[in-house]
Design a protein around this ligand. Structure first.
Ligand code: CIR
Length: 293
C-alpha cells in the first residue's frame, strides 16, 4: 500500500503519478530503464476461482475449462506483467464468484479517481465491493449506481478521450453516470456501438495513447479515425484485446499474424498462452487493474 507521498493526502496528483500515467499509457518519454527496474505501476489480479466454469457467457459456446491449465496460464500472465515492470498484487480470492478473475470489469482506474462499476451481469455485482476496498488507498472512488450498468471491459481510455461500448453490459444510464463522474477532470466520453463480441475492448484496445488495435467487424474503425489503427489479421478476430504497458505490448500467443502486424508498426511484443481463460470469454486486459502509483 502507498505511504504518505509528496502529494499529501492526494498522492495521485503528484509528479510521480503523471510520470507513471505516461508510462502506463505507453508514451516513451522516459529515459530507458535499467532492465528489471520496476515501473511505478501496480497490477491488481485475482486468482482463478474453482467456480469459473459457471461464469457468464455471451458469444461463446460453453466448453470445459482445465482449471490447472487456466491457473498455469494466469500465473504466466502475472509473471509477464512483472517482467514488463509492474508490481503485481493479488486481491483476496473470491472462490464463489465465477468471473472474479476478470477484475477489469469491476472498476476503471483513472489518475484522479477509480470508478467502481455496476456490472451488467447480476452474478458479477458482488465482485465490486472487494475491488473498491482494495483501490481505496490509491484512489477516491466514484460509483455507478442503479439503474445504470457498466463493465470496465467496455471502457477504453485514450488520453482524456474515453470511449465506452454500449453493450448488453453497459447501458446509456451507466455511460451517462460515468461521464458525470469524469467530466470534472476534463475527460470526454463517447458511446460506441459494438457488434459481435462481449465488450468494446474485445474489439479494440489501446497501444499507447495514439494507436489502437482493432477488429473492424466488431467495432466501426471510423470511430478511431483520429488514431493510428492496426487491424487484427484475418482469421484472428479475438486478437484485438492487447495489453500495453510502457510501450510494450502483451498479446495472446494464439495470434501470430497479428503479432507480426503490431511488431511491423514498431512495438515490442511479448506473448502469453491465454486460451484457457479465453473459453470463459476473458482476454488479457480483463485479468488486471493497472494503478499508477
Ligand atoms: C463475462 O461474461 O462477464 C466473463 N465470463 C468474461 C469477462 C471478460 N471481461 C473482459 O473482457 N473485460
Amino acid at each position: 500500500m502507498p505511504g504518505e507521498a509528496a502529494g499529501g493526502n492526494r498522492p495521485w496528483h503528484n509528479a510521480a503519478v503523471v510520470r507513471a500515467r505516461n508510462l502506463a499509457r505507453g508514451r516513451l518519454t522516459q529515459p530507458p530503464r535499467t532492465a528489471g527496474e520496476p515501473l511505478p505501476v501496480i497490477a491488481l489480479t485475482r486468482a482463478v476461482p474453482d467456480s469459473i466454469e459457471r461464469g457468464e457467457l455471451t458469444h461463446l459456446e460453453r466448453s470445459p475449462i482445465d482449471l490447472a491449465r487456466a491457473r498455469r496460464q494466469h500465473d504466466a500472465y502475472r509473471a509477464a506483467l512483472a517482467q514488463m515492470g509492474c508490481t503485481v498484487r493479488e486481491l483476496e480470492p473470491t472462490p464463489a464468484l465465477p468471473d472474479s478473475v476478470f477484475v477489469e470489469d469491476a472498476a476503471v482506474v483513472l489518475d484522479e479517481l477509480a470508478v467502481i462499476t455496476r456490472p451488467g451481469a447480476v452474478s458479477r455485482r458482488p465482485e465490486t465491493e472487494s475491488v473498491a476496498a482494495a483501490l481505496r488507498p490509491w484512489r477516491e472512488p466514484g460509483f455507478i449506481e442503479a439503474p445504470g450498468t457498466l463493465d470496465g471491459g467496455d471502457v477504453l481510455c485514450l488520453g482524456r478521450r474515453v470511449f465506452i461500448g454500449e453493450t448488453p453490459r453497459s447501458d446509456a444510464e451507466g455511460i451517462r453516470q460515468f461521464r458525470a463522474l469524469v467530466a470534472p477532470y476534463g475527460y470526454t466520453v463517447e458511446a460506441v456501438a459494438v457488434c459481435g463480441c462481449l465488450h468494446l475492448k474485445s474489439g479494440v484496445s489501446a497501444i499507447g495513447d495514439a494507436t489502437v488495435l482493432l477488429n473492424p467487424d466488431w467495432v466501426d474503425a471510423d470511430v478511431f479515425a483520429d488514431y493510428e489503427r492496426i487491424e487484427v489479421a484475418p482469421g484472428e478476430p479475438f486478437a484485438a484485446n492487447a495489453l500495453c504497458i510502457d510501450g510494450r505490448v502483451l498479446l495472446p500467443a494464439a495470434f501470430p499474424a497479428t503479432r507480426t502486424r503490431v511488431e511491423a508498426r514498431g512495438f515490442e511484443v511479448t506473448t502469453v498462452d491465454a486460451d484457457e481463460l479465453a473459453k470463459a470469454e476473458g482476454g488479457l486486459t480483463c485479468c488486471s487493474l493497472l494503478v499508477a502509483e
